[in-house]
Write a protein that binds this ligand. Sequence first.
Ligand SMILES: NC(=O)c1ccc[n+]([C@@H]2O[C@H](COP(=O)([O-])OP(=O)(O)OC[C@H]3O[C@@H](n4cnc5c(N)ncnc54)[C@H](OP(=O)(O)O)[C@@H]3O)[C@@H](O)[C@H]2O)c1
Length: 334
Amino acid sequence: MKAAYLTGYGGSEVIRYGELPDPVLQPGHVVVEVRAAGVNPVEIAMRSGEFRKYQKYRFPHVMGLDIAGVVAEVGDGVTGFKAGDEVYAVLPGRKQGGYAQRVLVPAANLALKPSTLSHVEAASLPTVALTVWQAFHERAKLQRGEKILIQPGAGGIGTFAIQLARHMGAEVYASASARNQDFLKALGAQHPIDYAASVAGDSGPFDVVLDGLGGAAIAPSIRALKPKGRYVGLVRAADARAFRELGVPALFAWLAARRIRGYRQLARARDVEYHGVLTRPDGKQLTAIAGLIDKGIIKPFVARTYPLRDLGQAFAELEAGHVRGKIVIDISGV
Ligand SMILES: NC(=O)c1ccc[n+]([C@@H]2O[C@H](COP(=O)([O-])OP(=O)(O)OC[C@H]3O[C@@H](n4cnc5c(N)ncnc54)[C@H](OP(=O)(O)O)[C@@H]3O)[C@@H](O)[C@H]2O)c1
């Protein structure tokens, strides 16, 4: 099969395009013919080796977390999927494999793709949709009428989060640059904020902050919450629960979450909840999300597609930091 793969950790110089062996079917898994694969910012850090302590790759390594495609082979013990089904999934973070013509997927990660979407559109969704779904339903427990700040508002996370928050009845504040203010409104944000002209936290206090900026934005976001408010961090903010839910043993999860101790203390002092999430693959949740998509409640936003051989260029555009919606690798024409 054709694949874009890494020859080692590093920058765009470690990406190659060429032939690799097909994946071998295993019990509990399906092999999917990949038609499109979504690109996520976290992959820049994965490529550079930032997570090698937790995720050691064997090279050549095929990255790619989000896929849409067609089921080619079904392993023993798998029910609910058959050859020819159109599906979408988040792949396991340790193995990945989406930037290739075929990939092995645990059946539990898989869902039928929204029938109203193309493969490219469907591949733009899995990670951002599950992240936001888990952040709102499992962590923030976002309620109708609550005031939420979503930052950044115009990227992969924001485009999905604004629409889901509105569907859940929240009053949405979202930040982006001046050129994206109308886009934020079109997504449904009642209160677009130009981050160059004002400080997002000044529009608070909020019931919930969904923070995809991280770093210097974490403490001000916690301070912008009402008492009993909920901070949900996405960027190097994971708490021990997030690691445990991905199968990391409790002691290691506690150790891995040490970096956020100061933020937890700040949150406790202000009587707010601190949550730091890591996306958990979940086929059942993707099925629920497909339902909202097919009812037209949430729409995907694909900024641009690249062919598989240009994966390095796709990463470069994402790294520049101003993509509106998502970048997707179109694998159908390889
Ligand atoms: N913890 C997890 O499991 C998890 C899961 C998914 C994502 N994440 C992380 O969440 C973060 C956001 O993800 P994403 O997919 O939304 O990223 P993204 O698509 O790359 O975000 C791009 C957007 O960021 C906006 N932006 C840049 N600087 C900004 C600022 N200072 N304030 C507000 N908006 C700003 C840009 O809008 P303008 O062009 O208008 O500036 C652009 O539209 C990433 O760091 C990602 O790795 C974490």
